[in-house]
Design a protein around this ligand. Sequence first.
Ligand SMILES: Nc1nc2c(c(=O)[nH]1)N[C@H]1C(S)=C(S)[C@@H](COP(=O)(O)O)O[C@H]1N2
Ligand SMILES: [Mo]
Length: 329
Amino acid sequence: MLIKTIHNWELPEASATPEDVFLNRRQIIQAMGLGAATIGAGALGVSKAFGAPDPTMDLYPAKRNEAYKLDRPVTDEKLNLEYNNFYEFGSSKRVAEAAQALPIRPWEVKIDGLVEKEITIGIDELIRKMGIEERLYRHRCVEAWSMTVPWSGFAFSKLVELAQPKSSAKFIRMETFNNPEVAPGQKPPLLSWGQSLPWPYVEGVTMAEARNDLAFLVTGAYGKPVAKQMGAPLRLALPWKYGFKSIKSIIRFSFTDEQPKSFWEKILGNEYGFYANVNPAVPHPRWSQASERVLGNNKRVPTLLFNGYGEQVAGLYKDLNLPDNVLYR
Ligand SMILES: Nc1nc2c(c(=O)[nH]1)N[C@H]1C(S)=C(S)[C@@H](COP(=O)(O)O)O[C@H]1N2
Ligand SMILES: [Mo]
């Protein structure tokens, strides 16, 4: 019974998704005229609700940091704009239109908890203070599909520096907006066994992970401010972890000495853990993680340990002595 109920809320497109279903859906989207034209408002950084241009537009395109290279082509922008996981706006991949309702200005980011001084800062001031660069990253969803994205943003370590954490801080807990009025996914219904979804979406990292060079706070993609459906105005990119760790539309960073419990961990803790590092050898309880479907060409390729970023991040976990089902799920 429990398994059947959980089924309604599992991440919907597991590795088993037949490619023809996916392709058919894209054709339907195009036939309905819901392609680039509709979705373009977000892509251009124009807020549909207010029609105002993005106040940081002048910073784009940001200079590319050539230290971050890809082993495969960049995913077509249109595909990235039409295929999203953003449960606040529904459990399908087609949330781009619904996400345009999210007001992204004004947008304040709060930094609190175990820090020298709490800070609340407007997103535009934060972006200008941090400065932005472009990096090409792979992205591997726990559902066994992947893509590559030209993100713009700044190193997470810069925000940690700004925050001036106390030495007692061990983790950073991040939180997405909670606004059921614009995000229909955040309204009840409750799960059938009486539990409501644990909004807001929460994610967490260790201090060492946040300070790792690869941890990137995203403000843009494809040479312009990031589209709403992709997590505007501020999201995370942790390319060595499953995609659900890369929390979107962040409003708060809390420094803490307690390991945060993430959104998916609260719902299905035996399937989605805190670390969630990519490992082809550790299957998800319901499907294999050995390979992935590359969006765009729909070819299956082998998945790499730490999504190919082991050289930069394997050291973070060496001394933790945690079992595989904790580090890689
Ligand atoms: N707030 C929030 N962040 C989120 C999600 C979400 O549903 N809500 N989905 C996650 C998952 S499962 C993935 S794969 C990525 C998807 O990012 P994309 O839509 O830009 O590809 O966002 C992650 N961040
Ligand atoms: Mo994901």
